[in-house]
Design a protein around this ligand. Sequence first.
Ligand code: PMT
Length: 406
Amino acid sequence: MGQLNNRNVIVGITGGIAAYKAAQLVRELQDLGAEVRVVMTRSATEFITPMTLQALSGNPVHLDLLDSAAEAAMGHIELARWADLVCVAPATADFLARLCAGRADDLLCSLCLATGAPLLLAPAMNQGMWRDPATAANITLLRERGVALVGPADGSQACGDIGPGRMEEPAVIAARVAASFESRLLDNYRAVVTAGPTREALDPVRFISNHSSGKMGFAIADACASAGAVTTLISGPVRLPTPNRVKRVDVISALEMYEAAQAAARDCDIFIACAAVSDYRPARPEPQKIKKNGDSMQLEMVRNPDIVAAVAERDNRPFMVGFAAETNHMESHARDKMRRKNLDLIVANDVSRADAGFDGDNNAATLFWPGGKREFALTSKTQLARRLVEVIAQQVDLAGSQEPTP
Ligand code: PMT
């Protein structure tokens, strides 16, 4: 699997001679496994055609902020949410200045303002423009705001000058994109994540389940592994590829998930329960297919064990993170669940929203812990997972009770 598998990367192209190298960058990112969409400024189209980028990326190229056809398909807010990272290459002096000023007068700048995804810029310009105090001040400001830069490189320039200002080579930029998904936040920790639904059998062909796709839990396992944790993912039945460097344990029912969780919890520093576990199961699953008989049928259900609460009861319990799927009174319900299940942190998501929660690619969440709270607006599950892992890493450090594995 490529380093950028399951990563959504937007390549922003602004109007400089290095724009032609963006075509190679798209290829390099795809070779690493990324899904790429391209956003171009109008002046970029003077240097390379949208058709080239469309053919390479396999997706329509996004050009205009006020294009009703494009907005209907994927407007700037959808693009902002879709992106796990926005890489602008080349980033001209003018683009840097407009980004600093918070301008939103074209698609690329608006997208950069709207997104919660990290920004990586590959500046490219004449060496005099790069050295100008105005550009230097803009670069300083952007860095202070957490924007990352790759390059520029030093050398001979298209204009004949020699000096700093050449856009970094596409392979170097692609490597930086891949590296920016890695952190060492959970180095030496062992994380266990539960994900997906459980299925509770009625008979050999029927079951009770729910709409969990596993996307949120898989994204969290991926983010834990990218942050350096040795990660085990206990998954209910879903159709998702296993993230890189993650050990996967497949289960079907809540009882199987319980057993797998108990086994994995023995070697675990952080336990994250994202699975949508059936609270009840049929008391007596039939060994043969149930035949129709009369106008109604009675089904006796019995309670499943609470997996996350049981792990939280263990001696030397890991740092415990639960999820709360709520439709109302989010904070009080979530905090109550956190106390009842003896958790250190709970991630509440409003599953009454059509655009978040079960099954879709996006989610919004509010994290609660004793004495604290953090809200994350709607964004991709990948992006949200990375943010959650940052907060979890902070809280694990603060808790101090979980010593990293020697
Ligand atoms: O999988 P996706 O389609 O991406 O959707 C993600 C999600 C909406 C399923 C996810 O974000 C989420 O909210 N997961 C928890 C869903 C849930 O079952 O919530 P709950 O409020 O019923 O359970 C509270 C907590 O107890 C959860 O951490 C749950 O994993 C855990 N639990 C519940 C019951 C049980 N028997 N054992 C448990 O461990």
